[in-house]
Design a protein around this ligand. Structure first.
Ligand code: NI
Length: 255
C-alpha cells in the first residue's frame, strides 16, 4: 500500500524520544509522505526543521485555536516568515475549538481569519481544525469565500450537511482514527458519501489512535487502519482508498 498521512504531529515532544523508530515504522508501513502540522510557534519551527531533515516530511505552520490568546504581532511575523520556506506546503492547523475553549471565542475567530488571509496571500492550502464549532466554522469559511489553493477540514466531525457545504466550497474532507471506532457508524456513513477525489486520511498523531491500538500513542504507521476502515465501509480494497487519498494529498499540497 502507498499511503500519505495528511495530518500528523511528528513535532510533538511526545515523539522526540523515539522519532527514528517512528520514522522507520512509517516507511515500513508504506507511508510515503506526511504533512507535519504546527500548532504554535515552536512546533511550527520544528515542523519546518524536520521537513528539511527528511525528504518525506512536509510542513504546515500556524497557531492552533487553543493558543489564539497568545497570538500577537511577533507570532504572526514568525509564522509568516516560516510559511515562505520551500518545505511548507500549507497553513495550519487553524480554526475553532469550542470543546476546550482554551482561548476566548472572539479571539479564536480573529486568529482563524488571520490564517485564512495568509493562506490566500501565499496561495497555500489551509488545514482547518473544527471541534464543536461547526456553525461558526462554516459561517467564517463562507464569508472568506473560495481560497486560491483550497484546504481541508481535518479530523472531520460534523454532519453530512456540513460536509456537503464544505465540499461545495472546494474543501477536502479528512478522516482520522475515530472513523475506526465501533460506535462511529454515523461518521463512517459520511466517509462513504464524500466523493473519492475529495477524501483524505490522517492520524493526527500522537492523538486519536485508531482501533485496535486505541488508548496507546498514535503514529503515522497506523494511517493504513484509517484507510482500511473507510475501504470496508465503501466496499473497496484498502489499496484503493490508500491510492486515491495519496493522489488527493499530492494534488492539494502540491507534493
Ligand atoms: Ni492536529
Amino acid at each position: 500500500m502507498i499511503l500519505i498521512d495528511s495530518h500528523t504531529h511528528l513535532n510533538d515532544p511526545d515523539l522526540a524520544g523515539d522519532l527514528p523508530a517512528v520514522l522507520a515504522r512509517l516507511q515500513e508501513a508504506g507511508v510515503t509522505a506526511v504533512i507535519n502540522v504546527g500548532y504554535d510557534v515552536p512546533s511550527s519551527r520544528r515542523a519546518v526543521e524536520q521537513a528539511h531533515a527528511w525528504p518525506f516530511i512536509y510542513a504546515a505552520v500556524a497557531v492552533h485555536p487553543h493558543d489564539a490568546v497568545t497570538f500577537d504581532d511577533e507570532a504572526g511575523a514568525t509564522i509568516r516568515g516560516l510559511a515562505g520556506d520551500g518545505r511548507v506546503v500549507a497553513i495550519g492547523e487553524t480554526g475553532l475549538d469550542y470543546y476546550r475553549n482554551l482561548s476566548p471565542r472572539q479571539r479564536q475567530e480573529e486568529v482563524f481569519r488571520w490564517h485564512l488571509d495568509l493562506a490566500r496571500t501565499l496561495r497555500l492550502p489551509v488545514i482547518i481544525h473544527d471541534r464543536d464549532a461547526h456553525g461558526d466554522t462554516l459561517r467564517i469559511l463562507k464569508k472568506a469565500g473560495p481560497l486560491p489553493a483550497g484546504g481541508v477540514l481535518h479530523c472531520f466531525s460534523g454532519s453530512w450537511e456540513m460536509a456537503r457545504q464544505c465540499l461545495d466550497l472546494g474543501f477536502y474532507i479528512s478522516f482520522a482514527g475515530p472513523v475506526t471506532f465501533k460506535n462511529a457508524s454515523k461518521l463512517r456513513e459520511i466517509a462513504v458519501r464524500v466523493p473519492l477525489e475529495r477524501l483524505l486520511i490522517e492520524t493526527d498523531c500522537p492523538y486519536l489512535t485508531p482501533e485496535p491500538h486505541r488508548g496507546r500513542r498514535n503514529e503515522p504507521a497506523y494511517v493504513g487502519l484509517v484507510a482500511a476502515a473507510i475501504a470496508a465501509a465503501r466496499g473497496l480494497a484498502p489499496e484503493d482508498i490508500a491510492a486515491a487519498t495519496a493522489a488527493n494529498a499530492r494534488r492539494l499540497f502540491g507534493i
